[in-house]
Design a protein around this ligand. Structure first.
Ligand SMILES: [Zn+2]
Length: 411
């Protein structure tokens, strides 16, 4: 992983060629390109080689062709107004067809002529097989749990996985128009959805207002989450917390969803104040990470707490515990195998905790601990997030960094 700053990112695996998405002819040519690769999903699980966790099984067009009901469609000949034609660009109609998403070209091993508009490479697509009667045994595959497989792929495959799962999931969850409740359909090679009334007006009914103006399409959604490496004023300790539902001994960086009307910095300060009662001064962006469970981008930041404050957890009761942990201890825990090994069950616990918070808001509601009475206030801290999570990266960057405490001096 040394060549990428964060798992799922840092080495864009494909040239996405977004400007080709409206052109059905180009996308159909990619579909039929010899060697084109397809990654398949069913109910959010990814097709893998049977018995090989983390090994994506890409299939060829001859496997998916009988299943997907054709390629992408151009505007009908009867639609001559270019503005009207826009709602017909690279569609998949009727909208009962399975989702097919053009992901981009893998340019590795392909010599380029310098034509940026038409680079050469192996086309990649994602297909949602959820509604298909198809047995993966036929190609020596099986459906693999997304979280368990997605976290142990090669970095390149993980990048394709993050992109494809995010889009398949988004198409699957957005089958109805948020403005009028009609069904939606796919266009732009799987990268947009729009209200079906744009292409099939309902007689006697006003056109749905989503079909006019700037917001006439639904775009894939990415929900930003800030992950905070908050240091004490001297930079010698990092603020880490744990939720009750997490695996035993696990502490991590504080984190939270960015709310409307907030910058990264605002969100960091608000979350740390709400979760731990700590006011934060300077904040700096560090790096980010796509997180396809289902649709997040994690924004890693460092921040420096103001001096002389006391942690309190009772404001939003989200955390069971939070403390400033010394650098040597974080480094020591992060360097042990036991401290960084997670089972599938552990990962599920994390996911459930995150979903629960999204769905129901904060509900930690736990008794405050009196740390003064404890002999070793750090005794419960035995595990940190893996390197594949950005919180794990922030902690290691600070704890192991050759530059020592330089991070805080730059805040
Ligand atoms: Zn509508």
């Amino acid at each position: 992983m040394s060549d990428i700053p964060n798992y799922y990112s840092g080495q864009p695996p494909l040239n996405r060629l977004s400007f080709q998405r409206p052109h059905a002819d180009i996308l159909n040519r990619h579909l039929e390109t010899k060697g084109a690769q397809f990654t398949l999903y069913k109910n959010g699980s990814v097709l893998i080689h049977k018995g090989k966790t983390g090994s994506t099984l890409f299939v060829t067009y001859d496997v998916v062709k009988p299943l997907i009901g054709g390629g992408f469609q151009n505007p009908p000949a009867t639609v001559t107004d270019p503005r009207k034609a826009k709602v017909f660009e690279s569609t998949r109609l009727p909208n009962t067809l399975p989702s097919v998403v053009f992901l981009g070209l893998d340019e590795r091993g392909h010599e380029q002529s310098g034509d940026l508009e038409n680079p050469t490479g192996t086309p990649y697509f994602a297909v949602d097989a959820t509604t298909l009667e198809w047995d993966p045994e036929a190609v020596g595959g099986e459906w693999g749990d997304a979280r368990a497989n997605g976290s142990v792929m090669t970095p390149w495959e993980a990048g394709v996985f993050a992109l494809s799962r995010h889009l398949i999931d988004w198409n699957w969850r957005n089958k109805f128009c948020p403005a009028c409740g009609s069904q939606t359909y796919s266009l732009w090679g799987g990268w947009k959805r729009a209200c079906i009334t744009a292409v099939e007006p309902i007689e006697g009914k006003e056109p749905c207002f989503s079909t006019t103006g700037l917001h006439n399409f639904a775009y894939p959604r990415t929900d930003p989450v800030i992950i905070m490496g908050i240091l004490n004023d001297a930079g010698t300790h990092m603020l880490l917390g744990r939720q009750k539902s997490w695996p035993k001994g696990m502490y991590s960086c504080l984190a939270g969803f960015i709310e409307p009307g907030e910058s990264f910095e605002d969100a960091v300060r608000r979350e740390v104040y709400e979760e731990a009662g700590i006011e934060v001064g300077p904040v700096r962006y560090s790096s980010s990470q796509p997180w396809p469970y289902p649709a997040n981008v994690m924004v890693g930041c460092f921040g420096r707490a103001k001096d002389g404050q006391t942690i309190r957890l009772d404001l939003d009761n989200e955390l069971e515990d939070a403390q400033f942990f010394p650098r040597e201890l974080v480094r020591a825990v992060a360097s042990t195998k036991a401290g960084t090994t997670f089972t599938r069950e552990d990962l599920k616990q994390f996911d459930n905790a995150a979903l629960d918070e999204q769905a129901h808001g904060h509900h930690g509601a736990l008794a405050k601990q009196d740390r003064a009475e404890k002999e070793n206030p750090y005794a419960d801290f035995t595990r940190v997030p893996p390197e594949t999570a950005i919180a794990g990266q922030l902690m290691r960057l600070w704890a192991n960094g050759a530059e020592g405490l330089d991070i805080v001096s730059r805040l």
